[in-house]
Design a protein around this ligand. Sequence first.
Ligand SMILES: NC(=O)c1ccc[n+]([C@@H]2O[C@H](COP(=O)([O-])OP(=O)(O)OC[C@H]3O[C@@H](n4cnc5c(N)ncnc54)[C@H](OP(=O)(O)O)[C@@H]3O)[C@@H](O)[C@H]2O)c1
Length: 330
Amino acid sequence: MANLRWGILGTARINRRLIPAIRAARRSSLEAVASRDRARAEAFAREWEIPQAVEGYQRLLENPSIDAVYIPLPNSEHVKWTLAAIAAGKHVLCEKPLALDPAHVDQIATAARAAKICVEEGFMYRHEPLTARVLELVRSGALGAVRAIVSGFTYTRTGDNDVRLDPALGGGALWDIGCYPVTYARLIADRDPKMVFGSAHWTAGGIDEEFMGLLRFPGGATATIYAGFIAASRTWLEVLGSDGALTVPNPFRPGPLETLELERAGQVERIDVTGSPEIFVREVEHFEASVLDGAPPVVSLAESRGTAASLSALYASARDSTSGLRPVSP
Ligand SMILES: NC(=O)c1ccc[n+]([C@@H]2O[C@H](COP(=O)([O-])OP(=O)(O)OC[C@H]3O[C@@H](n4cnc5c(N)ncnc54)[C@H](OP(=O)(O)O)[C@@H]3O)[C@@H](O)[C@H]2O)c1
């Protein structure tokens, strides 16, 4: 019998990846999906063979046969529904970014602690063996002291009907995909940045369709990050240390087999890393372990707070036209 009975808030596209993962995870079952619209909930439940279709997110939260919820709502809705789920006694796996303001992560942490509820931000790559191997190499000193981290995530976004285009819903490239290189840089530096600088290209609709950021970490490492909706689909991560350089393929969505390249003194070592046959399953299973066994979360709320602090500082820097960009004289 499954130990963790899941409900999903919203009929989001990303559910296509999470539903098979919940079903593949050893101690989970998917019981219900809720939508703002009854017919949409019913159609989705039929398509995905989910036992219960519920009209309204709050009604799903009130269902005593649900233990945990997955929240794949637009970014602006994450805090509100995470707090509502905690109040209803449901554990929460919430899509990234958990919050757009670090103070809201504090609110979530206080409520979760008081209610003894597990809340985790969904960064699937954090659960993959490739990430663990990268961190092991960096922390073992294989690169010497980390000096520079260069990372990015781009794709060409098409269509006009997308929550990513609405600033009121937390749209824009930084929140959508910039959060990946920012969190990875923080992990490698093993601390929060002390200074950031951001520059964006804003659309007439008010979202950043392209974002460049610089993060300075205590100890001297810097990261440059790039995220955008208007360049070809690509992800990258390179780490440069005093003694070597590491190139990481597919850092944010690793495939079943990836090969790291570690270059030291002119020699390139290739390191194969076997990943998950099915992505997102480890994320769900680690969440099961937190709820059912009391295991510490892979992505703690302290880390999510650091993420929200870095992202909101980058965003504010890019919004501020006096933040340091200088025109080049002809
Ligand atoms: N981890 C990953 O790899 C990954 C990948 C993609 C997206 N994501 C994250 O997942 C979340 C959802 O992304 P998505 O692309 O799947 O979104 P989406 O397809 O647009 O779905 C969002 C859902 O939210 C509900 N919703 C509630 N209020 C809404 C509003 N005001 N406008 C529009 N929809 C509203 C809708 O469900 P109902 O109408 O049924 O209520 C909708 O289906 C985002 O936070 C994103 O960052 C993560």
